[in-house]
Design a binder for this molecule. Structure first.
Ligand code: GLP
Length: 247
């Protein structure tokens, strides 16, 4: 694992975007694994800036996203498909047919999970996967568990996630209770992984992820076993590492 300390959110975003830009330059038809959440917003904004400057071409790029809420279609502004269109795809010259997010409206969830796994394999695997991290160490929607979740699967969202999301919906019935997420094994099969985190709330979990025991209690700790992981954090998220390692 390489742990890179950025000065602030903007610097973290720029450093992460540089890795993705380099990947697109080296392999124009690469497969990018993408993430949602507030953390990657600056990374996507930076990639859009470089596209607008004429420095990046997404015309052959293919993408696979980590996860999607069950029950929401792509037109719902709370869906991860909507987020990706809104925050990245609508602003660059990517062919939307080359962008993939699990189908939250699929009637047969298991068939959709199997299709998504097969799709990633058919694309030749993920060249570089972007990850955010939850405060409890979750990646994608792989929450702390008794074991590491393997392939793409349907996940029961935790009560805290459901409660946190309730404010975005008119009624409780509309709030998604499950999601489809790549598993930890799916993520670990990416050739390269970039994990980004910022802010004091992420400081303890970044220490656990990089230096704690490898345990499904902290799903992101599995990344210690991957040969090519770069963790980019701002100074606030680095705080516990600095304290515990005396740096
Ligand atoms: C959600 C997403 C994760 C994301 C996490 C943290 O659970 N499924 O992919 O990493 O939120 O989000 P944020 O970046 O907003 O802290």
């Amino acid at each position: 694992m390489k742990l890179i300390k950025a000065t602030d959110y903007k610097d973290m975003s720029k450093k992460a975007a540089s890795i993705f830009a380099a990947q697109i330059t080296l392999k124009p038809n690469c497969v990018l694994g993408l993430a949602t959440g507030s953390t990657p917003l600056g990374t996507y904004a930076q990639l859009i800036n470089w596209y607008n400057d004429g420095d990046l071409d997404f015309s052959q790029v293919k993408t696979v996203n980590l996860d999607e809420y069950v029950g929401l279609d792509g037109n719902n502004n709370q869906s991860y498909r909507y987020f990706m269109n809104d925050k990245l795809f609508n602003h660059v010259n990517i062919d939307k047919a080359n962008t993939n997010v699990p189908n939250g409206k699929a009637t047969d969830k298991q068939a959709e999970c199997d299709r998504y796994e097969a799709l990633i394999k058919a694309l030749g695997g993920i060249d570089v996967q972007l990850l955010g991290i939850g405060n409890n160490g979750h990646i994608g929607f792989n929450e702390p568990n008794k074991y590491f979740d393997k392939g793409t699967h349907e996940v029961n969202l935790t009560e805290s996630t459901i409660t946190a999301n309730a404010r975005f919906f008119a009624t409780m019935d509309e709030v998604p209770k499950t999601a489809i997420s790549m598993g930890v094994q799916t993520i670990m099969q990416a050739k390269k992984i970039v994990l980004i985190a910022n802010g004091p709330a992420k400081a303890d979990i970044i220490y656990e992820t990089c230096f704690g025991p490898i345990t499904p209690d902290v799903p992101a700790s599995a990344l210690q076993l991957h040969p090519d992981v770069t963790v980019i954090v701002d100074e606030e998220a680095y705080a516990t590492v600095a304290k515990k390692l005396g740096k």
